[in-house]
Write a protein that binds this ligand. Structure first.
Ligand SMILES: Cc1cc2nc3c(=O)[nH]c(=O)nc-3n(C[C@H](O)[C@H](O)[C@H](O)COP(=O)(O)O)c2cc1C
Length: 163
């Protein structure tokens, strides 16, 4: 799976991403950390909410963090480096699905929280492309509405009159 995730377009070969494995007991300890951090941000949490935070990283047996780690470069924009990290995350999802696992690509509040990112092992300047939760799923993965092709596809007709 990681090999598939690494095999992505990467303009300038900057390797603007890396991966972090969260598994075993770390997942429960992260839950405790997130519950405490949420409480620090929001005050005492209702039981149900605290339980949700506690279980954030232990719903699946493994979570793989895809970290966007852009490198300073004169000509290759950060935007392209972010896209490469997104591609790595999607390849990881596709590889896991092809191997028969269910996945969920999650970011959530702690990905936008500087302390949350630090707790989860990111350095400053790095961002979360996604936490990919990987496991088995009982039953059928629910489908949801998708856009019609015609809504998102158009034919280029040019600005010819201006040329
Ligand atoms: C960058 C990114 C971040 C996401 N973060 C979350 C999230 O924090 N919580 C959530 O419920 N879904 C999140 N999603 C959506 C789910 O990954 C996904 O769309 C949903 O599980 C349905 O999957 P499907 O479109 O393959 O059916 C995120 C998706 C992307 C691309």
């Amino acid at each position: 799976m990681i090999k598939a995730a690494i095999r992505v377009p990467d303009h300038g070969r900057l390797t603007p991403w890396r991966f972090i494995l969260y598994r075993g007991d770390s997942r429960h300890r992260i839950g405790k950390m997130l519950a405490d951090l949420a409480e620090k941000r929001e005050g005492p949490l209702p039981d149900q909410r605290r339980e949700k935070e506690l279980q954030r990283f232990s719903r699946a047996p493994i979570v793989i963090g895809v970290v966007s780690s852009p490198k300073p470069h004169d000509t290759i924009p950060e935007w392209e480096q972010f896209l490469s990290a997104g591609a790595a995350a999607m390849n990881l999802v596709s590889a896991a699905n092809a191997m028969g696992f269910a996945t969920n690509w999650i970011t959530n509040w702690y990905s936008s929280d500087p302390d949350g990112r630090r707790f989860l092992g990111l350095a400053s300047g790095e961002r979360v492309a996604g936490f990919i939760h990987i496991g088995s799923f009982n039953g059928e993965v629910p489908e949801r509405p998708r856009p019609e092709t015609a809504q998102v596809l158009s034919e280029y007709t040019g600005p010819w009159e201006d040329v």
